[in-house]
Design a protein around this ligand. Structure first.
Ligand code: ADP
Length: 822
């Protein structure tokens, strides 16, 4: 019985008629329990009904997130094709729910499996792309992409008992370049339907090989990528009981359901729509970033360009052939852009390298190409991607073969004719060396340029997401140092940094230290690939004397850097400096210090390195150097021993006039440097008189600076001071006295020799002392080595000036001649 006193407390509330009625019923229904239970119960029911009526917007998530939230052992229990993630407390613990969506005037109701989490956005149903594709069930791609933003639906829980089991289902494999054999397919289907899975007629199911392919010998699975997915279409669902339920979906499970495989079909796949990164923490997974797009962020604008070019061919039949060429350096991300495009359109991605279509004999070549085109038609809708296309037209001897070209062009006609689904051809090439006849076949040519600083920042951030890494520091410094890096280089950088991180506790958090040390490693070991330019580490303090030359160079370089507007508008500028002087006087050192001081990239090229025995290759090398420099702009190209690279034309006695062509190429490149790229050229030579005079004309190496040995006392002292900067000198050492002891015309390199020798002498002496004394030699550090005057005197005994007075006179004369000309 209810306590009458309590009722008095709620007197006011009970005045209301509805509430009164509610309590009245409650008292009759629940005589033996508390009077407020019924109203609370009613209130909850009311909320539930309201909640069911509430429209949720549908959004796609990556399927992988669904796998991540379950225990590894439960992975194949989960029904990834029908799971939705939702923030709805009324669905917690429910095994099934009915999702009702209105689409194009039709009402679609499907059974789904709800996975509840309070951490995801409210009033949004996150569904896999396959579920969304099945709901919209349309082959119209454009519509499919729009649907993402427009689909809304309601959801209510239901009990499992309501969903019956199918008696028989018919599955058709969707043709794809994977070409799996029956053993694999059987095993996939068997494993997938081991546990009851929801299935609807005319729906596509996606089976992840990584999860459902465990009983196939590993030797067979090697051929596939672990992340590959196989798509089936369920063409028929038969059930025992005739049901007139409007909700589509039945359970299918081995033992209960007969699964029949019917003839393969062609179909679009669920398109990969750009997904929102989802912060999600159900069960074990704590805040997980799921990659938002398949295309790296910095490269997205290329993807948009390609998309715009491809789109018209997907909806309409046009007279033109959808063949496109995409050029860009190796590793610039051509493949990832195109494969992301295929995923976005739900098309198959059929990749062919030129090895797949070339053979020893021409006839075989022809057959192979025919096969490729035939397959492409079979896998349609697909994007056929032919890699390394520049090698395609060449025969075994590396010469252009007209037969291959004509065969390709005639093959294209059959490739694009009579297709029910679109076939798009993309050919990629690392350079532009494709014959005009082949180029004509392409509707458009796209070029992937090296990424800019901003693009590199985006790429690196995308890569962090892709590799599931977190990074909290500022990226500017790292990105600045990745000049000339392409997409693949950035990927290697992140992977290297990650590999260094594995030993530490915070495995998925990178620091700038990791990245910088990975960068150093790459510069050291991947020099060839990444073009090598980097900012050197030579400071002004490392150079003694040469003050005038130093100032002159800085003046020439710093001004256009700081005020590009004055220089670019007129187009008149001097960017070539030629340093000349006897060997070992610090020319290289000077160029490096300039690069460090102005924070420029430094591309050091030794003349003889560029020369190659193959015809045309030396010129190509020069072209490449300039291209690299342009990509690394602002940059200094330093040509050491320029006399060997650019001797007087017509004088050198090499056969075939290779050197003449090299000089001409160098001239052409120097003239071709435009305002867009800030590239400075510094040359160094011991013999300026041997250099082709055309190179010394205005606009080229028009500033000649003499770098001579330190002659006066002050500059000699400063050279010695610079070289002994890091020495632990004895208190009694007076560098002034030592300079006085040095021979008169010695170069910086000779000074370096003296310092090195005295250092070694000091080391030997200290070790000897130590061996006789108490201290262990192994505990020695360089700080224990004290260099004394005796060491210098010892070193001076063996020094021989490398510059003779004859040399000096020759250079003085040259200097006078040149300065009178300038
Ligand atoms: P070059 O290019 O003129 O032949 P380098 O610049 O390669 O000569 O010099 C060789 C070495 O001599 C340098 O690595 C440096 O150690 C030393 N050296 C030359 N000139 C100087 C200088 N002015 N100050 C300090 N060190 C010098």
């Amino acid at each position: 019985m209810l306590d009458m006193n309590k009722k008095l407390d709620y007197k006011e509330l009970l005045q209301k008629r509805d509430v009164k009625l509610l309590f009245y019923i409650s008292r009759i229904l629940f005589r033996n329990s508390l009077f407020y239970l019924y109203p609370v119960y009613m209130f909850l029911q009311f909320c539930k009904v309201l909640n069911q009526k509430k429209k949720y917007s549908l959004q796609t998530i990556n399927e992988d997130i669904i796998y991540q939230v379950v225990e590894p052992s439960d992975k194949h229990q989960i029904d990834e094709n029908y799971t939705v993630i939702i923030n709805n407390p009324f669905l917690t613990g429910k095994a099934n729910a009915v999702l009702k969506v209105e689409h194009e005037g039709k009402i679609i109701q499907v059974y789904v499996k709800p996975l509840c989490s309070e951490s995801v956005e409210k009033y949004v149903i996150f569904a896999s792309k396959t579920l969304l594709f099945n709901i919209s069930n349309t082959t119209d791609l454009m519509l499919n992409q729009r649907i993402e933003h427009s689909l809304t639906g309601t959801i209510r829980g239901t009990s499992t008992g309501k969903i019956g089991f199918a008696k028989e289902i018919h599955l058709a494999v969707i043709n794809s370049p994977l070409e799996l054999d029956n053993i694999v397919l059987d095993s996939l289907v068997k494993n997938y339907f081991q546990k009851p899975k929801l299935i609807c007629e005319n729906s596509v199911i996606e089976i992840n090989m990584k999860i459902y392919l465990m009983d196939i010998p590993s030797s067979m699975t090697k051929v596939f990528n672990a992340n590959d997915k196989v798509y089936f279409k369920c063409t028929k669902v038969l059930s025992n009981v005739e049901s007139n339920s409007k909700i589509s979906g039945k359970y299918a499970v081995l033992g209960e359901t007969t699964i029949k495989q019917v003839a393969n079909i062609q179909s679009f796949l669920p398109p990969c729509i750009k997904m929102k990164p989802l912060l999600f923490d159900v069960r074990k997974v704590e805040k997980n970033h799921i990659q938002s797009s398949k295309c790296p962020s910095g490269l997205e604008h290329y993807a948009y360009e390609l998309e715009a070019a491809v789109k018209p061919f997907l909806t309409k039949k046009l007279v033109m052939n959808p063949a496109f060429l995409i050029t860009g350096k190796k590793g610039s991300g051509k493949e990832i852009i195109i494969s992301s495009l295929a995923a976005k359109f739900g098309m198959h991605f059929y990749k062919i390298t030129n090895f797949d279509v070339t053979a020893h004999v021409y006839a075989q070549n022809e057959v192979k190409l025919k096969n490729v085109f035939f397959n492409a038609k079979l896998y349609a809708p697909c994007i056929l991607y032919m890699k390394n296309f520049e090698n395609y037209e060449k025969n075994n001897e590396g010469l252009t073969d007209e037969r291959i070209i004509s065969h390709f062009t005639s093959g294209l006609k059959t490739l694009f004719a009579n297709n029910k689904f679109p076939v798009i051809l993309f050919c990629s090439s690392n350079d532009d060396k494709i014959s005009a006849r082949l180029k004509r076949e392409f509707l458009e040519i796209f070029k992937i340029n090296p990424p800019t600083e901003e693009e590199r920042t985006k790429i690196i951030e995308w890569l962090f997401q892709y590799h599931h890494l977190t990074y909290h520091e500022d990226l500017t410094e790292v990105v600045k140092k990745t000049n000339t890096f392409l997409f693949e280089d950035m990927n290697t950088l992140v992977k290297l940094a990650k590999s260094q991180q594995t030993c530490s506790k915070k495995m998925n958090t990178l620091t700038s230290e990791n990245l910088l040390s990975a960068l150093d490693y790459m510069h050291l070991h991947h020099n060839q690939n990444i073009g090598a330019p980097k900012v050197p580490k030579v400071q002004w303090d490392d150079i003694g004397g040469l003050k005038d030359v130093k100032e002159e160079i800085i003046k020439t370089i710093n001004f256009p850097l700081k005020h590009p507007e004055f220089v670019n508008s007129t187009g008149l500028r001097r960017f070539g400096i030629l340093l000349f002087g006897p060997p070992g006087t610090g020319k290289t050192l000077l160029a490096k210090a300039v690069a460090t001081e102005c924070n420029l990239c430094f591309l050091s090229v030794k003349g003889p390195e560029l020369l190659n025995m193959y015809i045309g290759q030396s010129e190509e090398n020069i072209r490449e150097v300039f291209e690299r420099a342009r990509a690394a702009s602002p940059c200094i190209i330093f040509f050491d021993e320029l006399d060997s690279l650019a001797p007087n034309r017509g004088v050198s006695g090499d056969s075939g006039g290779v050197m003449d062509r090299v000089v001409s190429q160098l001239l052409a490149e120097m003239d071709g440097l435009n305002e867009k790229a800030t590239v400075f050229i510094i040359g160094a030579t011991n013999r300026p008189d041997l250099i082709d005079p055309a190179l010394l004309r205005p606009g080229r190496f028009d500033k000649l600076l003499y770098v001579g040995p330190a002659m006066d006392f002050a500059s000699r002292l400063s050279v010695l001071k610079a070289l002994t900067r890091n020495f632990n000198l004895n208190d009694e050492v007076r560098l002034e006295d030592i300079v006085k002891l040095c021979p008169s015309n010695i170069s910086g390199a000779d000074f370096y020799g003296i310092c090195a020798e005295s250092w070694m002498h000091a080391v030997r002496r200290t070790i000897q002392q130590c061996e006789n004394g108490p201290k262990d030699v192994r505990n020695f550090t360089e700080k224990d080595v004290e260099v004394g005057t005796d060491d210098f005197i010892y070193a001076l005994r063996s020094v021989k000036p490398s510059i003779t007075s004859k040399d000096l006179m020759y250079f003085e004369k040259l200097k006078r001649e040149i300065s009178s000309n300038q």
